[in-house]
Ligand binder design. Structure first.
Ligand SMILES: NC(=O)c1ccc[n+]([C@@H]2O[C@H](COP(=O)([O-])OP(=O)(O)OC[C@H]3O[C@@H](n4cnc5c(N)ncnc54)[C@H](O)[C@@H]3O)[C@@H](O)[C@H]2O)c1
Ligand SMILES: [Zn+2]
Length: 364
């Protein structure tokens, strides 16, 4: 069992990682129940795949399941208000803990509901998708999507505990597994070159679900995120912004494909990482060989690492226009995460968007 502390003063918590952890849910969650009762929020797919296992593990605890439709549609005002009404009808109190059992959609929605119901109650994350296990369940960003864009309304609200059972991912669609892998590669590329070397050798085993490799990859990514979040919880110093490597480019590709199944988040991030490396090469910051290595690895995993692989044909001006809606702006300027090489990402706030548009036109 691996325990990774997220050091945030009085908001500190542990991320516990172990195969079979879900089967210990009863003892792990007992102190978060009120009386005997635990409110568990999940989605239809996760509940069908893993719900019975969780219920069995709860033993004597009574589960009150709230099961929502799967997909980004559940990160909406409508589902948020319906969920809050349901929680209030159940008499949720500030000292209660909600259990978020699902992928990033459930984690983001439940985290936000927990941030605002009764001016805030606690919550526990039990992430079930690879993406949620390595990224969204840790760090306390919660959000819903609104008409103006994705994740534009939310709160920083840290969970009290994160329970990661890598074996849960066995029932996840393989394309979703690859999508989550993009975020694992992202950590390596930000500041852990030895981890990228390891991924080049072991990435296929991580994807295939080999337990030791999968666990190691998840734990390394979580430890990386925990370190960054502990340094810059609210993305003020610029450190946490590094986690957006591949995301500004990726976001524009997701917007271009209407945030649809055409391009999953991690797929857009993989292509965005490829673009961030190429753009950095073009500015003389990074060696071509590093960009080539990154693209080769992501492609070997089955991720699109270029505009062509992501089948995006839009011109640079269109893609840059999508970036403008990104919420990570400061004084109207976008911060780009560029690289000096593998494991050497940095924030550049002075990138000229015309340069980006011209680069994207050439990158077609
Ligand atoms: N808060 C953050 O820091 C942060 C970071 C990254 C991403 N996100 C958010 O996370 C969301 C994406 O998360 P995601 O990729 O987990 O999407 P998701 O929650 O939609 O899950 C993907 C699909 O897999 C299914 N699923 C999940 N676990 C399963 C399992 N074990 N077995 C079978 N099916 C399973 C879900 O029902 C869904 O259909 C986005 O909304 C994104 O904005 C948040
Ligand atoms: Zn991401």
């Amino acid at each position: 069992m691996t325990i990774i502390p997220v050091a945030l003063g009085e908001r500190s918590y542990d991320v516990v990682i172990a195969d079979g952890l879900l089967d210990q849910a009863g003892e792990r969650l007992a102190s978060y129940a009120r009386g005997n009762r635990l409110i568990i929020i999940s989605d239809v797919n996760v509940w069908a795949a893993q719900g019975e296992r969780l219920i069995r593990a709860l033993g004597g605890l009574e589960a009150v399941p709230i099961i929502l439709p799967p997909g980004e549609g559940s990160k909406s005002w409508a589902s948020l208000t319906a969920l809050i009404d349901r929680l209030l009808a159940l008499g949720v109190e500030r000292s209660d803990h909600l259990i978020a059992f699902g992928g990033g959609v459930i984690g983001d929605l439940v985290g936000f509901a927990a941030a605002i119901v009764n001016r805030g109650c606690g919550f526990v994350q039990i992430p079930t998708s690879l993406l949620a296990q390595v990224d969204s369940s840790v760090g306390g960003k919660t959000a819903i999507n609104v008409a103006a864009g994705k994740n534009l309304v939310g709160a920083f609200h840290q969970p009290s505990l994160v329970l990661i059972d890598p074996s849960c991912v066995a029932t996840l669609d393989p394309r979703e597994v690859r999508s989550g892998y993009a975020e694992i590669a992202k950590y390596a590329l930000i500041e852990d070159a030895p981890f990228f070397d390891w991924l080049e050798t072991n990435g296929a085993a991580v994807i295939a679900g080999e337990p030791a490799e999968r666990r190691h990859a998840i734990a390394t990514a979580v430890a990386g995120k925990a370190r960054i979040v502990a340094e810059d919880e609210r993305e003020t110093s610029g450190k946490r912004a590094l986690l957006n490597l591949g995301h500004t480019f990726g976001h524009s590709l997701e917007a271009e494909t209407g945030f649809s199944d055409k391009l999953l988040h991690g797929e857009a991030v993989a292509a965005g990482i490829g673009l961030a490396f190429d753009f950095s090469v073009g500015r003389g910051l990074c060696a071509q060989a590093d960009a080539d290595r990154v693209r080769k690895h992501l492609s070997a995993i089955g991720l699109p690492a270029s505009l062509a692989a992501a089948t995006i044909a839009a011109d640079g001006a269109t893609l840059v226009a999508h970036m403008q809606v990104d919420k990570k702006k400061e004084g109207g300027r976008l911060a780009f995460i560029l690289v000096r090489g593998i494991g050497q990402a940095f924030v550049d706030k002075r990138v000229d968007l015309d340069d980006v548009a011209a680069f994207l036109d050439r990158a077609q």
